[in-house]
Design a binder for this molecule. Sequence first.
Ligand SMILES: *Cc1c(COP(=O)(O)O)cnc(C)c1O
Length: 378
Amino acid sequence: MKIPVMIPMLGEEEALAAADAVRSGWVAQGPRVARFEREFADRVGARHGVAVSSCTTGLHLAMVLLDIGPGDEVIVPSFSFIATANAVRYVGATPVFADVDLATGNVTVETVEAVRTPNTRAIIAVHQGGVPFDVAALRKAADGWGVGLVEDAACAAGSTAYGQPVGAGARVAAWSFHPRKLVTTGEGGMVTVDDPEAAVRLRRLREHGMNVSAADRHASAQPVLEAYLETAYNYRMTDIQAAIGLVQLGRLAGLVAQRRELAARYRDLLADVPGVTAVRDPAYGQGNFQSFWIRLDPEFRTGRDEVLAALAARGVSARRGIMAAHLEPAYADLAPTVGPLPVTERLTRDSLILPLHHALTEADQDLIVGILRELAGG
Ligand SMILES: *Cc1c(COP(=O)(O)O)cnc(C)c1O
C-alpha cells in the first residue's frame, strides 16, 4: 500500500529511551511506569493514573472497581471496538447495547435512557475515534440515575470537552497505547481516577492483589512481607513500555495539532463531494482526529465496500468504519434481547476510515478525495 491508514510516530528518541530502560536493569514495572502514570494523568486532567497492560484490561479493572458482577446490566454502545462489550462479560455481567448519535458516533443521554432498566449498574461510554461524548450531560445523568459511568477513552488522548481534557472530571477512564492510537507503548493502557482510594485499589488489582508493589518491596532496605488482599490479576506495564510512553507523551500536542489541520483540509476538499459527510467536532469539544471517518449517504452512488476496494486498487489503505459488536458471532446469543440500533447499523454499514497520520501529505489527500469524487457519481 502506498498510503497506509495509520503509521505510529516512533523516532530515535523512543528507541534510546527503551534502550536506557534495558541498560538500567529494571525492565518490569518500576520508576519509569510511576513517572509515566504521573505525567499521563496530568496531561489528561486526572489526579491518579494506574498503568496497565492494555485498555481492555483497564476496562476489566474498572468493572471490578465498580463491583459489577453476575445479574448486573452494563449499558455499552455496540458501535465500538469489541473490547468495550467484552469487559462487561469478563465480570459475568450482561452488556446492554445502546444506539449512538449519527453525527458523533457516541451514546447520548437519550440513547442510554432508552435501554436503561432497574438492573442497570453502570455505563461504559466511548469517546469514539477521539470524538468526545457530551461529558457534562452524561456524567450528570449517570449521577442522577445512581449508576457508575466508565469512560472508554482508548482513542481520546488529546481530545477536549468543555475546554478541558476529556479525562478531567471522569470517575474512571481507560486509555489505550496500542499503535493504532496517538500515544503508543507497543501494547499498554492506563486507568485514570480522581479518588485516591480507587487508585490504591486499582494498583492492587493490577498486581496480584498485593498490598505493596514489587517495585517498592525491592526498593526497601528492610525486608517487606507482602500480603495478598484479594484475588486479582497481573495487568502490569513494563518500564520499557513506560520509557517509550514518556517520549510519546511529549509528541501528543504536536500530533493533535497536525491531525486537526489535516482533518480540516479533508473536510474542505470533501465539501463538494455529494453524499459524503465527514466527522467533525461536536459543539462542546474538540477531537484529536485519531480516526477520520466519513459516512456515505444515499446520494453517493457507490457502495462502501466497493469504495474500499477502489481505494485499495489505487494504493490507498482505508478501513471499514467502526464495527458493531451485536452483529458479531461472539454476541449472537444476545440477539433476541437486542433492541433496534438503526444508527449503529447505518454507520457500521456506510462509513469508512480514511488515512490520517503524521506522514500524510497534501498530495495524498488530493489523490484520496479525487478517487472519492470519481466514485460519488457511481
Ligand atoms: C483500541 C480500543 C480498545 C482496546 O484497546 P487495547 O489497548 O488494544 O486493549 C478499547 N476500546 C476502544 C474504543 C478502542 O478503540
